[in-house]
Design a protein around this ligand. Sequence first.
Ligand code: NAD
Length: 284
Amino acid sequence: MATIRSNKKIAPDIFQLEISAPLIADKFKAGQFVVVRPLSESERIPLTIMRGDQEKGTIFLVVKAVGLSTKELCGLPEGAEICDLLGPLGQPSEIDQFGTVVIVGGGVGSAVAFAVAEALKDAGNKIITISGARNKEFVILEKEFSEISDELIITTDDGSYGKNGFVTDALRSLYEEGRKINRVIAAGPVPMMKLIAEITKLHQTPTVASLNPVMVDGIGMCGGCRVLVGGEIRFAGVDGPESNAHLVNFDSLMRRNTAYREIEQRKEHECKLDAAIREEETDE
Ligand code: NAD
């Protein structure tokens, strides 16, 4: 049974959870995720693993409490048992010696990119991290990124800390300075990843985006995580979550991700995909 080892608020509504899960910690590779069901009545939440500690048998997750189930997860105290924890799921990130890799994390997406940044650093790459937040209060993992980055650029939308502007402005500046960039990894809001892909396409820099579609089972069976990549259907839960950012149809991803936003906030909300799965099970 997975239990909460620690639960720390690291920014408004953002929590870092350390969870005892020895088997997952042992098998986890950078880029993979878990599906968490905090309580028996909660929805399943897909969350990319920020870090694994094999010795302690724990994994770290960074969670923004936005919907009912993420609030339930973030409300669990130290020692509490988690109803279900499934993983590690998805394909690990491609880790190789690329040269200079720019890691771009937007908001909680920074936590998603952290494990990949750490693995790429260990593989001998030069890591330039751009981590963006709305304002100073929302800056996360600065210390952790400073330990694994050759260069760390923090941006805030209002200029209250670090560079003023979006992460995309900081990326453009690097190109304007004539920096040689061999690869870009992006994780964060979909409009941010779309813009990153547009910028890096101009410079022909291979770019990977960590996609965050709606997911239910996390293994591609329900079809919720369907994304269009190069005009073909892929399932982010099994083929991803990472994908070639230059081929992703971000507009379609945006439409699918906002389809249930309003009802997700409601107490009486029942996930339609969950209901559909149950219906299918009853029919069989
Ligand atoms: P946010 O809305 O506060 O944005 C964080 C930063 O992203 C901003 O400071 C800015 O630098 C950049 N950004 C945002 N919109 C942009 C735009 N239109 N153009 C250029 N840059 C932009 O982020 P948040 O509230 O922490 O939300 C994080 C988002 O990341 C959520 O939408 C969530 O669904 C998504 N997410 C993605 C992953 C993933 O795997 N990619 C994982 C978890 C969360």
